[in-house]
Structure formats: structure tokens, C-alpha cells
Ligand binder design. Structure first.
Ligand SMILES: [Zn+2]
Ligand SMILES: [Zn+2]
Length: 337
């Protein structure tokens, strides 16, 4: 079965955190954390629609400028999410540059910033067409744990203690639609944008007897089409399975409250990405710096009963000794103690 999302860490575990989550068969991706992006191609960066910043320590936010530079001059809309003070931080970044010539650009770049602050969510929009000046006060809405909800997936967040708020993030797919290659071959259908429309029809729960037309351009430029009922095409080319859940936990202290919140967010995730900066024997340093130990990371994974565990954010003090961090986390993951 091919998962609909294939998350991958952008950098090695000693470098800036960041999880790139491309969508299968779509030119679209999500990003958890906005650290150094230089290992991502422009092609991948241009897929980004929604970006979630756990907190604005430099290693999680320095990629903002790089992304802004690439997007400037393009007709694009991006959505940024972050913890309390996030709107102010984005505004500070935007106001650091001079925008006197930008109004003459043909295309408009819009940035919608959502700040999760306690019980509420604040939303502020910025546009290149008015030099990224705020158009008015932020719109305020109540926060209920969920910051983005689309047909096929939603994003849950929780605020964790890192001496400041740091967001824990979880992507929940409603259900997963896998397209069977052999089915496509038998029907002589090519992959293409129509697959997204077809998936959307299934996510929307449309009537299976409703007609669905597959339209594509063949090698010599001719437009071809075939018509099915939604139910018939589903039978021939798709398999439905329970959706994936991917959780990302960055900087947080291993306090009992944080551990409990993290376990609740990550529960039954197929894949947990979690920071493991320090060995448990260096727990005092971890506490002082408001970070987890590798053992605590493994315990969260065990208690949340996750399927797969990937570690990141190793402290540079363990260069060449990363196997100790991995070993400690994995031992706690399998033993659960
Ligand atoms: Zn931090
Ligand atoms: Zn960090």
C-alpha cells in the first residue's frame, strides 16, 4: 500500500529540525518547522501550502527568509501557523526589509498567519500588494485543538512547555485511498490531475452511481476521455484503508505534564518524529535547556503505541556517538519503561 503522505526530515539529526510532507500525486506539501531549508529544492519548496512552526527559536524559523525570497514575485498564497507571539514575529521579519518597489509587481504573494494562543486563535493576513502591512487587527476565533481541517486530513496541535510555548503537531488522514497501478494499467488510464479529483469525490462521499469522467492528453497531444461511475472506478483502481497519522514533537522538557500531553497527541500514530537531544545520564542539562532525553522520547513513543519512531535534534556534544542516543530511545520504546 502506498501511503498518501511520505514525510521526511529535511536535514540530518544534528542539523536544523524540519519535516517535509509531500502529497502523493499532487504538487503540494506541508512543512513542520522552518529551519534551514537549503537541502530542499525550489521545486519542493514551491509545493508548500501550509507551514507549521513549532516555536521561533532560530533553528526552527531561520528558513522563513529563504522561503519568502523564493515566493516573492509569484502569485501565491501560503498559510503559516505558530505559537503565541507568532504574528508579531512574522511581522518583525517582514518589516525588516524595504518594500518600496513591490507594489509594481504583477503577481501578489499573500501570507496568512495563524497564531495559537491559549484558548484562542488569531489570524492576520499580509499581502505584497500593500507592502506586507497588516490590513487591520487580527481576527480572533476560539481554539479547539484543531487548526486545519480539509476533506482528506486535519492537523491537531497542542502547546508544550519549552520555557515558551512549543507546538506539538499531528497530521490525521481521514482515510487512505490507494491507487492500484495494475488497475490503472488494465483500464489504460495514465496518472494525472484527474486522480486528485477522483480522490476528492471519494473523500466527499459522493454517490457511487454518479458519473466520473477521466480526461487526459495523450502523447501526441490529443485529448482523450473515459467515463465511469464513481463506484465502478473505485472498484477497479482504488483500495480504501484507515488513514495515516503522523506526529511531530520538537523541543519540550520531559515534565510529567508535557509527557502526558505528548502521549495523548501521538497516540496510535503510524510514525512519530520526536526530538532526542540528550542522553538520560545528562538529564540535568536536558532539564536546564528544556529538552527531552532520548529515553523520554522512547517512552513517549511506547506509551503512545506508535508504529515507527524517528529521532532528530541531537545535541552536537554527541557527534559520532549518535548510536548511543538511538540505542537509548529504542530500548525505552521496546521496553516501555
Ligand atoms: Zn527551542
Ligand atoms: Zn530547537
Amino acid at each position: 500500500m502506498k501511503p498518501s503522505f511520505r514525510p521526511r526530515l529535511i536535514n540530518d539529526p544534528f542539523s536544523d529540525p524540519g519535516l517535509f510532507i509531500p502529497f502523493l500525486f499532487q504538487r503540494r506539501a506541508l512543512l513542520f518547522d522552518l529551519g534551514d531549508l537549503s537541502r530542499l529544492s525550489s521545486r519542493d519548496l514551491l509545493k508548500l501550502s501550509h507551514i507549521f512552526v513549532t516555536h521561533t527559536h532560530m533553528d526552527h524559523f531561520i528558513g522563513f527568509d529563504q522561503l519568502l525570497r523564493l515566493l516573492l514575485g509569484r502569485d501565491r498564497e501560503v498559510y503559516l501557523y505558530g505559537p503565541s507571539q507568532f504574528i508579531q514575529k512574522v511581522r518583525a521579519k517582514l518589516s525588516a526589509y524595504t518594500w518600496n518597489l513591490i507594489e509594481n509587481y504583477e503577481n501578489t504573494l499573500s501570507i496568512q498567519v495563524t497564531e495559537i494562543r491559549g484558548e484562542k486563535v488569531l489570524v492576520q493576513r499580509y499581502s505584497s500588494s500593500n507592502r506586507f502591512r497588516p490590513t487591520g487587527p487580527p481576527v480572533e476565533i476560539p481554539f479547539r485543538g484543531n487548526v486545519l481541517s480539509e476533506k482528506s486530513f486535519s492537523i491537531d496541535v497542542v502547546s508544550l512547555d519549552h520555557k515558551i510555548d512549543c507546538l506539538g503537531l499531528s497530521l490525521r488522514e481521514n482515510f487512505s485511498i490507494n491507487i492500484i497501478k495494475e488497475g490503472l494499467k488494465e483500464q489504460r488510464l495514465p496518472v494525472g490531475p484527474w486522480l486528485r479529483e477522483f480522490k476528492d469525490a471519494l473523500y466527499e462521499g459522493r454517490d457511487p452511481t454518479e458519473k466520473f469522467r477521466v480526461v487526459w492528453t495523450d502523447m501526441d497531444g490529443g485529448v482523450r476521455q473515459k467515463e465511469y461511475s464513481i463506484g465502478e472506478l473505485k472498484e477497479k483502481i482504488a483500495r480504501i484503508s484507515p488513514g495515516q497519522k503522523i506526529t511531530y514533537l520538537a523541543d519540550m522538557i520531559g515534565s510529567p505534564e508535557n509527557m502526558e500531553k505528548a502521549v495523548n497527541l501521538a497516540r496510535d500514530s503510524h510514525h512519530l518524529f520526536i526530538e532526542a537531544p540528550f542522553l538520560d545520564r545528562d538529564r540535568d542539562i536536558a532539564r536546564r535547556k528544556y529538552h527531552l532525553t532520548a529515553k523520554e522520547a522512547g517512552l513517549i513513543a511506547a506509551r503512545a503505541r506508535v508504529g515507527e519512531l524517528t529521532l532528530f535534534h541531537f545535541s552536537p556534544r554527541y557527534y559520532g556517538r549518535e548510536q548511543e542516543l538511538v540505542g537509548e530511545a529504542m530500548a525505552a520504546f521496546s521496553a516501555g519503561v
